[in-house]
Design a binder for this molecule. Structure first.
Ligand code: FAD
Ligand code: NAD
Length: 449
């Protein structure tokens, strides 16, 4: 077997791996990046970017439909081919030549194939053995987790990959899972005209967020014509000439031309061979310290660390890894203010702890909420103005907040700052909030505390 020496080996070229590998190569290190799929990973090809292009298109349709009663008449005729074409164009038809070139132009060595850690400082890719003098960075992300439902594996179900790649709008769609992926895509397809059923095992949508968020999205989905089945566990799946049939625990069934499985993500640490560097291969994620070090000569970043499956978390951690490897000053990772935005309409922005999580920690929690439709901007909007602000306080400090509404993800930024920097509620109350903005609702909620 050929043996090749590098300073650093980066396993996986998703957003975090790509950033780290490129910066380390540019800094003059000899870097090998191993990628089994496309350079760029999930986010640009099957995740954030194309899904938000779909969301943008669906939001435009919804806005067009809100014209009557406010601005005139409207006839909205959705055409999926514009969306499919824009995504095909942006992903270069799922070709990573440009991204790979950006890395090699910075002096990096791209190794195509699946990498496995075979010894400390050693990664094997097919018949190539790569050696790392300084360290290995594990940035292998996550993949769709498919539940062991009887019959499912034998059917041509979709994961996010097929849903993003589709040129054809399904006439009907069953979405298994009402989390971020399921909710965003269910609304997109419904607004383009698919008959959509969401099947969720728990008692509400967006289970990791405040219950009010799930209830709000359920109400909006009803207006979008989406059927939501809660407390519904899929027991059996079959597929035939008439599409998919999903049999549920209560004896009912959901049917559709297509079935999208959006039931979470998983990491396969055994396939990565992390046991070779003393890590637990049966764990769900790789534990790291504040410098993203997982073992001697091993760093981890991104979805594989379990600190939030978000591109911004992966990029944040990549910066720490790069600084640590280059011997630069490092501000250790902190996660008390990880922002998250589900890009449904209304958007659900959230940061820090939900009320339930704060209570689980035994904090003496106080909460307050205000509704967006009764805020000045919400009232002016008249339609498409659903939402709320919810604040979770521990004493005089905000430890969590939800900003649901039009631009809920943007309004979140000031709440993220407050949670991150522990700005006191008293200080926040004495700030001036521009009129008539959506974020003025934050001031109203603060008064409730
Ligand atoms: C539909 C959808 C929408 C999303 N929307 C958003 C959003 O709006 N905002 C947001 O912040 N996040 C969003 N996410 C999540 C975001 O895409 C991920 O958090 C992000 O891509 C994770 O980055 P990562 O660096 O961990 O690696 P990933 O993007 O997961 O990439 C890892 C790469 O490693 C490669 N790989 C894995 N194992 C090996 C191996 N052994 N050898 C070689 N290569 C390997 C894979 O092929 C892959 O290319 C979305 C995800 C999905 C699925
Ligand atoms: N806007 C964003 O930032 C964004 C968008 C999409 C995805 N993501 C990231 O990707 C991650 C994965 O998203 P996801 O939606 O796949 O996962 P998720 O964990 O958010 O939601 C999965 C849902 O599926 C349900 N479920 C699990 N098994 C089921 C079954 N057998 N039958 C019915 N329901 C079942 C769960 O109860 C849960 O509500 C998210 O946690 C998020 O970090 C982010």
């Amino acid at each position: 077997m050929a043996e090749e020496e590098f300073d650093v080996i980066v396993l996986g070229m998703g957003p975090g791996g790509e950033d780290a590998a490129g910066r380390l190569a540019e800094a003059g290190l000899r870097v090998a990046a191993v990628e089994s799929g496309l350079v760029g990973g999930e986010c640009p090809y099957w995740g954030c970017i194309p899904s938000k292009m779909m969301v943008r298109a669906a939001d435009l349709l919804a806005e067009g439909r809100r014209i009557p009663g406010i601005a005139g008449d409207s006839i909205v005729s959705p055409n999926w081919s514009w969306v499919a074409e824009r995504i095909r164009d942006t992903t270069d038809d799922w070709d990573d030549k440009a991204a790979a070139g950006r890395f090699t132009d910075r002096g990096g060595h791209l190794v195509r194939g699946f990498g496995r850690i075979t010894a400390p400082g050693e990664v094997t890719v097919a018949d190539r053995v790569l050696k790392a003098r300084k360290g290995i960075v594990i940035a292998t992300g996550s993949q769709a987790s498919v539940p062991p439902v009887e019959g499912l594996a034998a059917t041509p179900y979709w994961t996010n990959h097929e849903a993003i790649e589709t040129d054809v709008l399904p006439e009907s769609l069953v979405v298994l899972g009402g989390g971020a992926i399921g909710a965003e895509l269910a609304q997109v397809f419904a607004r383009f005209g698919s008959r959509v059923t969401v099947v969720e095992a728990m008692d509400r949508l967006l289970t990791v967020e405040e219950p009010e968020a799930g209830e709000l999205i359920e109400r909006v989905f009803a207006d979008d014509g989406i059927e939501v089945r809660l407390n519904a566990k899929a027991e059996r799946v079959s597929h035939g000439d008439r599409g998919f049939a999903v049999e549920l625990g209560d004896g009912s069934r959901a049917t559709g031309d297509r079935l999208l499985v959006a039931t979470g993500r998983r990491c396969d640490l055994a396939a990565l061979g992390v046991g070779a560097v003393g890590l637990d291969e049966s764990a769900k994620f790789i534990e790291t310290d504040g410098r993203m070090r997982a073992a001697e000569g091993v760093w981890a970043l991104g979805d594989v660390t379990g600190k939030g499956a978000f591109t911004h978390v992966s990029m944040y951690q990549a910066d720490i890894v790069v600084r640590d490897l280059l011997g630069e000053p490092v501000h250790e990772a902190e996660y008390q203010a990880v922002p998250r935005v589900t890009f449904t309409d209304p958007e659900i922005g959230a940061v820090g702890l939900t009320e339930a999580k704060a209570r689980e920690r035994g904090l003496p929690v106080r909460t307050a909420s205000t509704l967006i439709p009764s805020s000045s901007r919400g009232w002016i909007h008249k339609a498409g103005n659903e939402g709320f602000i919810k604040l979770v306080a521990d004493g005089d400090i905000l430890v969590g907040a939800t900003s649901a509404g039009p631009n809920g993800g943007e309004v979140l930024s000031m709440l993220t700052l407050a949670v991150q920097e522990r700005v006191t509620i008293n200080r926040l109350k004495h700030m001036i909030y521009a009129f008539p903005t959506f974020h003025r609702a934050v001031e109203a909620a603060l008064k409730g505390l």
